[in-house]
Design a protein around this ligand. Structure first.
Ligand SMILES: [Zn+2]
Length: 95
């Protein structure tokens, strides 16, 4: 996973892969989808501590964890979903 360290890098990523509303991607109903977070821990994308901030095509979600890190994951698999972490950053760099 790529760790972004400043706003410009985040903007550049989002320009290439624009964000859409979080509700356009439904992750609930798939059970636990563990992903590697930019904070170094592994979280469940459907867990209580993780909130979905947006989605992107084709099947990506921007997730924020309780440690205040944001990670873009790509969901793969048809019946069994797995998450590939593409990039992440500390949420505070966007303040
Ligand atoms: Zn985290």
């Amino acid at each position: 996973m790529e760790i972004l360290t400043n706003k410009e890098e985040v903007r550049e990523k989002l320009k290439n892969n624009p964000l859409q509303a979080a509700h356009l991607l439904r992750l609930n109903g798939y059970g636990s989808i563990n992903y590697e977070c930019a904070c170094g821990e592994t979280h469940d994308a459907n867990g209580k501590d993780v909130s979905c901030k947006g989605s992107a095509k084709p099947f990506k979600a921007l997730l924020k964890c309780s440690n205040n890190f944001v990670t873009m994951i790509k969901i793969e698999g048809f019946f069994r979903k797995k998450a590939i972490s593409e990039y992440g950053f500390k949420a505070s760099i966007m303040d």
